[in-house]
Design a binder for this molecule. Structure first.
Ligand SMILES: [Zn+2]
Ligand SMILES: [Zn+2]
Length: 374
């Protein structure tokens, strides 16, 4: 079928919305008509080739839309269902089978290779050259009017909530909230410092507040974000540009903090994070790190640990509905973070996210009212 999709032709070149061909769903696949999709830092990493995905490519991995068609082997989804899309995983490795698909042994192929796990691709140029454009980014490539997914990364949600608000649950917000609720299992009365309050940091902050954390310290260099962090539940905010972060955290907590979530990936912030920890405290890294980053190992002696966290260790089918319920009950105010753009303004959305002006850009791809009239 003919679709419209935003193509990255070359590293860092502006995205161009053009017409492409998308094959029909195979037996295990789902065709989703996109209503909205979030723009995430990882899209920018692939666009600038800090993640080596093949180009040209259709990015996008926070899609939300309406099921158009399902393959004959798909259970639990049917045309008309409202769905939020998330990351892809193989379903067969030890991590997938034990409920940790974010650490899938084939995560790189499943999310970044530009094709399905069997190496085929459903996306091609209208003129018919099947290898000329890559898709299946995070098992979706949602910067498009339609996306081909599987039941593993397609999560049914209730129809009364706006899909354009739920879209960022599929990656950024899930990553932050999952780190707090799944990886840290943050308990009532525990403390957390969040380094970097972008979309992932705000997901963590809202989850920490919902979990009953006694101290929530937001650390950033952007005054506007710090002030929003205060409104959404931070008990303290620190401006990283003129504060000794570890000292300031210890001044607030006395013994040090039990948890630090670092969303910045900066080596200097990792050093501050370890120094700020209380004995047996944990640092979680969600942004990866430069290969030459050194952890001050001697400082870990008192039972401190540093761990990587992917996608908040979430099982999307389980965790996204949990976040939807938190939104419904007022504990996860996604609406405070998003800024909407028309699909054709995708380059502006990337610029605004990159400059820090907008926390979570969401592209409106189709309006539900129009879809339901058709
Ligand atoms: Zn797997
Ligand atoms: Zn993402």
């Amino acid at each position: 079928m003919r679709i419209r999709a935003a193509v990255v032709e070359q590293q860092a070149a502006p995205l161009v919305v053009e017409e492409l061909e998308l094959d029909d769903p195979r037996a295990d696949e789902v065709l989703v008509r996109m209503v909205a999709t979030g723009v995430c830092q990882t899209d920018a990493h692939a666009w600038h080739q800090r993640i080596p995905s093949p180009l040209p490519m259709v990015l996008g991995h926070e899609g939300a839309g309406i099921v158009e068609k399902v393959g004959q082997g798909v259970e639990g989804l049917e045309p008309g269902d409202h769905v939020v899309l998330s990351f892809q995983s193989c379903g067969q490795c030890a991590q997938c089978l034990s409920g940790h698909p974010a650490y899938c042994a084939r995560a790189t192929e499943a999310n970044f290779s530009g094709s399905r796990l069997d190496g085929t691709s459903a996306l091609h140029r209208a003129e018919g050259d099947r290898d000329s454009v890559h898709g299946h980014f995070f098992g979706q490539s949602s910067f498009a009017t339609y996306a081909l997914t599987t039941s593993r990364n397609t999560v049914k949600v209730e129809k009364d909530l706006p899909l354009e608000l739920l879209a960022p649950l599929g990656c950024g917000l899930q990553t932050g909230a999952g780190a707090v609720l799944n990886s840290f299992s943050l308990a009532e009365g525990e403390s957390i410092a969040i380094f970097g309050v972008g979309a992932v940091g705000f997901g963590a902050l809202m989850a920490a507040r919902a979990a009953g954390a006694s101290t929530i310290i937001a650390v950033d260099v952007n005054a506007q974000r710090l002030s929003l962090a205060e409104e959404l539940g931070a008990t303290h905010t620190l401006d990283a540009s003129h504060t000794d972060i570890a000292e300031a955290i210890k001044a607030i907590t006395g013994a040090g903090i039990t948890h630090v979530l670092d969303t910045t990936g900066r080596a200097d912030m990792l050093t501050h994070a370890v120094a700020a920890l209380a004995p047996m405290g944990q640092v979680g890294l969600v942004a990866g790190a430069r290969p030459d980053t050194v952890i001050p190992a001697a400082e870990l002696a008192l039972g401190k640990s540093v761990r990587g966290i992917v996608q908040g260790d979430a099982v999307p089918q389980h965790f996204i509905p949990q976040l939807v319920q938190m939104y419904r009950s007022g504990h996860f105010p996604i609406d405070r973070l998003v800024h909407f753009y028309d699909f054709d303004d995708i380059n502006t959305a990337f610029t605004d996210a990159g400059s820090g002006d907008v926390i979570k850009p969401v592209l409106r791809i189709a309006s539900i009212a129009n879809l339901e009239q058709e």
